[in-house]
Design a protein around this ligand. Structure first.
Ligand SMILES: O=C(O)[C@@H]1CCC=N1
Length: 331
């Protein structure tokens, strides 16, 4: 019987039509960042700060443009109403072959050339090559007339380390504005949870510029640098823990007779549905209690998860990932 189950797109169901009609009434808070009217979650506290004036940079350099996260960021920027001019640099230009002509027109193998006109430089390279790239572009950024801000997504690299590699021996005290960011891979679908912090040289205008650019791929949280390693372990890496849960759901569904394709699709729908409800700021325990009928099915499952220390396992995984992120920052 399961073999004939097909996935009905949400848009075709009566329930979804009703749900969409009800949405405005059910969604008192803005959770997504509309591109036309940027609103950022500025801290981990309750505030949702709005930005008065647009500070979107018109020229953005993307260094290491061939990688997954850089590709996601470029796609998000291009999807904006008024995309910036993107100066994409990579030593391997064939990695940029999928990009639209508007980006290809400004692609380069020279990191310095990419930075020349940029008001914001997105550093999307691997940690092992970041020091040499930073030394390479330092003089261009120091002499730039565009008041550039560097936004680094290099995992584990602290603002102090970024400052050190960007410093010029001739101007030892001169510090450039730097934003350190930890996006996560749902940036690919413009639903990243991105956590950022700024160095002392970064002014509000630089922070706004970074928020503006990073909000193209999801929600941006601004915090202290002390929380960047936890963010790396929790949201940067944590999304992989959710993918692992999806695998486990799908394996279990296959065991009970679903095809692999159905099982994976249903796992994705289940996790997305849970995420959508959580986005309405309802507490997860309340949502769980809504599903747990007295003497019913769900409570047997959730109590089995407790017996298998599900929550402790998630906590331990996050702790281990945070510890590793801290070690990477120290190295
Ligand atoms: O696993 C890693 O090292 C990076 C950090 C966060 C996501 N990926």
């Amino acid at each position: 019987m399961f073999a004939c189950l097909t996935r009905i797109p949400r848009s075709l169901t009566l329930a979804s039509a009703l749900q969409n009609r009800l949405k405005p009434a059910l969604t008192p808070h803005v959770h997504r960042i509309p591109h036309a009217a940027p609103i950022y979650r500025r801290t981990f506290a309750t505030s949702v700060a709005s930005k008065e004036t647009s500070s979107a940079p018109s020229h953005v350099a993307v260094i290491g443009a061939g990688g997954n996260m850089a590709t996601a960021l470029i796609s998000g920027l291009l999807a904006q109403q008024t995309p910036p001019v993107i100066h994409a640099s990579s030593p391997y230009l064939h990695l940029l072959s999928h990009l639209p002509e508007s980006v290809k027109a400004h692609q380069t193998t020279s990191n310095c050339e990419a930075c020349e006109q940029a008001q914001l430089i997105l550093l999307c390279v691997k940690p092992n090559i970041a020091p040499s790239v930073l030394s390479e572009i330092a003089s261009v950024l120091h002499r730039s007339q565009n008041d550039p801000v560097l936004v680094s997504i290099v995992a584990g690299m602290t603002t102090a380390s970024l400052e050190k590699h960007l410093s010029l021996p001739s101007q030892p005290g001169s510090k450039l504005p730097i934003i350190r960011a930890m996006p996560n891979i749902p940036a690919t679908t413009q639903s990243s949870c991105t956590v950022i912090c700024a160095n002392k040289a970064a002014k509000e205008t630089h922070i706004h510029r970074a928020q503006e650019i990073l909000s193209a791929v999801g929600t941006v949280y601004t915090t202290d640098e002390s929380l960047l390693a936890p963010a790396t372990g929790f949201s940067g890496a944590g999304v992989a823990f959710v993918f692992m849960m999806a695998e486990a759901f799908a394996d279990a569904a296959v065991k009970h007779g679903f095809s692999r394709a159905q099982a994976l699709s249903m796992a994705a729908d289940t996790i997305k549905g849970a995420g959508d409800m959580l986005q309405r700021k309802q507490h997860p325990a309340i949502l769980r209690n809504m599903v747990e009928s007295p003497g019913g099915v769900t409570v047997v499952g959730t109590s089995t998860l407790e017996e298998h220390a599900f929550r402790a396992a998630i906590g331990a995984a996050v702790d281990a990932a945070v510890e590793k992120a801290r070690q990477m920052g120290d190295s």
